[in-house]
Design a protein around this ligand. Sequence first.
Ligand code: DGY
Length: 322
Amino acid sequence: MIKPRVLITRRWPEAVEKAMSASFDVTLNKADIPMTAAQLQEALQVYDAVCPCVTDRMPADLFVDNTYKTRIIGNYGVGFNHIDVEVARGKGIMVTNTPDVLTQATADLAMTLMMMLARRAGEGERQLRAGQWKGWFPTHMMGTMVTGKTLGIVGMGRIGQAMAEKAHFGFGMRILYHNRKPISQAKSRRLQAEYCTELTCLMSKSDFVAVHCPSSPLTQHMINEKTLAFMRPEASLINTSRGDVVDEQALIKFLKKGLIAGAGLDVYDKEPQVPQELLNLENVVLLPHLGSATEETRVAMGMRVLGNLNAFFNGEHPPDKL
Ligand code: DGY
């Protein structure tokens, strides 16, 4: 039987590249260089399935032809704002993603950013590595407690709830959340989580605001001058979702003026570019989109793509069809 031709656009962990190659006629991007728009366009005419990731932009204008060989795009990642799913569907291409498997890793990273900010871990490490540490003294780099503080979660989906669990049960934090609709009563009772119908109400009451909502026309620049203005000067912002949910220029302005205490960011508006003004600030922790970057998670993401493709080519319903 002829195996479906599958393109994997970047290197994946070895175990999943092997598993994919056992099931399909796989082309790997051995050089691991991001593909150009022209290469992605060509791939849609050559492969039965294309497996992109967050760096492969597939907006509406990438799909210029009327018919394609590709019948499924198996995205390696949960976020899919880089793919115009509607347009792909209109051309007869199904799109799948990889939910669930990166929930804990991403929530862990949001906790890491919160802890690093609160305890000034980035600043401390920079000082020590620069040979500027003069020894212990009572007022050296005092941070703030996380335990017992209030965490406001913007977007109470899988990852938001996982962070709430860790923060509430691990650090005794009070949980507020803003979401399109309240979570179930059982869940909110367990976390003692309070629903804020207004984002601005959450922003004004939280010591830490963590952004977990997906990027969409509705959430674009949802954290902006107007909403940031509700934050307290001692409060900090954490973003592990997508860069465009936060208006970066507004955030820089608030950080520079000391109108908020700090920011912990794993995602940026124009990745991999990070504004120099952010790089210059001490009160920010900046990570290079590492939310799902654990060995276990990246393998699980690949296995999830494999499961979707297997289902599709067996004539079944892929579990993660968008
Ligand atoms: C995700 O899965 O959305 C991660 O941010 C990587 O794309």
